[in-house]
Design a protein around this ligand. Structure first.
Ligand code: NAD
Length: 313
């Protein structure tokens, strides 16, 4: 039987509507949460992401501003900008779009962001809050993975979960969130032995690898929930055929554009999994929705205003 498709676009829209209602409520109390986005230089992919973040901020009613230092900006100049944003009261969230140019000390810049305004949840203080189950700001994509599971009614507590990938941005925080929700978690990576066998134990399998269609049917226990975080653009015809042979609709789009987006999970997995997130339209849309939620959460945490839903760790 074909897997149930977990519709990330719909879940993200629901979250944005909730955030928007919350922003309205705060507005009547004289609070307008604000997001500052810092985009250094002219990385085309980063420009697309930042446009999406600024557009979404306007749609949910957040105040937002964009800072675009030149590619040649020094670490010191960026630290001065961050210090200014840390100080300004109308800025609740600060997002430094990665990657930063190679000559910039990215770790130093990220460490300078006030943890209370760190809406990406990358500051070691927030990483510590997450691992000790204190209220804090949780990285957006991992938080989005948890929202998909919760809002789709998929049990997490007591389940065997396997996360492939151990990056600071996705793999590790997803694993920590699943552990905090009482899953039995295994984290796999490029040195894991017998990867398909380890993955076959999973009732929840999260792929955050960055390798197109690597997770094939032999990785998946029948009926498992598969969350595909990967976003890979493929332009190679042979690779397209390995993944999408016989899919006329995809083929038309591929030929028209010369490339297509694919996750880390092979499409054939939909024949064995119980539920699966598509790419595109799965985890991707959640990232911006959770950034919006995090900005509101930061505004509330900083003002000591509690909210039962948004302030949970
Ligand atoms: P990363 O390169 O930092 O980490 C990849 C991880 O996969 C590493 O821990 C590595 O050990 C593991 N890995 C690599 N090859 C492996 C192999 N052959 N077997 C087992 N493990 C292997 O990547 P990342 O930043 O964590 O991103 C992962 C994927 O998620 C990418 O495709 C990225 O584009 C995507 N992503 C999506 C969103 C979103 O909004 N949906 C956000 C962030 C990242």
């Amino acid at each position: 039987m074909a897997a149930r498709i977990l519709d990330g676009t719909k879940i993200a829209a629901d979250i944005r509507a909730e955030v928007s209602a919350h922003v309205k409520e705060l507005g009547s109390a004289g609070i307008r949460p604000g997001l500052a986005v810092v985009l250094v230089g002219h990385n085309p992919a980063s420009e697309v992401y930042v446009r999406g973040k600024v557009k979404s901020s306007a749609e949910v009613g957040l105040y937002s501003e964009q800072h675009t230092p030149a590619e040649t900006a020094t670490t010191e100049e960026l630290l001065a900008l961050i210090a200014d944003l840390n100080r300004r009261d109308e800025v609740d969230g600060i997002l430094v779009q990665l990657p930063l140019p190679a000559h910039v000390d990215a770790k130093k810049v990220l460490l300078a962001v006030d943890p209370a305004k760190d809406v990406d949840g990358f500051h070691p203080m927030n990483v510590g809050y997450l691992s000790t189950q204190r209220p804090g700001l949780v990285p957006c994509t991992p938080a989005g993975v948890m929202e998909i599971l919760k809002r789709s009614g998929i049990a997490v507590a007591g389940q065997d979960a396997v996360v492939i990938g151990r990056s600071d941005i996705v793999g590790k925080p997803v694993a920590m969130l699943l552990l905090n929700e009482n899953s039995t978690v295994t984290v796999c990576h490029s040195k894991t032995r017998d990867l398909p066998e380890v993955c076959r134990r999973a009732e929840i399998l999260v792929a955050a690898i960055g390798r197109a269609g690597m997770v094939t049917r032999d990785f998946v226990k029948p009926g498992a929930t598969v969350i595909d975080v990967g976003i890979n653009r493929i332009a190679d015809r042979a690779e397209f055929d390995r993944l999408f042979a016989g899919n006329k609709k995809r083929e038309e789009a591929f030929l028209a554009k010369g490339s297509t987006l694919v996750g880390d999970v092979h499409p054939e997995v939909a024949e064995v999994a119980g539920a699966i997130t598509p790419v595109p339209g799965g985890v991707g849309p959640l990232t911006i929705a959770m950034l919006m939620a995090n900005t509101v959460k930061a505004a509330m945490l900083r003002r000591g205003v509690g909210h039962p839903k948004l302030t949970r760790a």
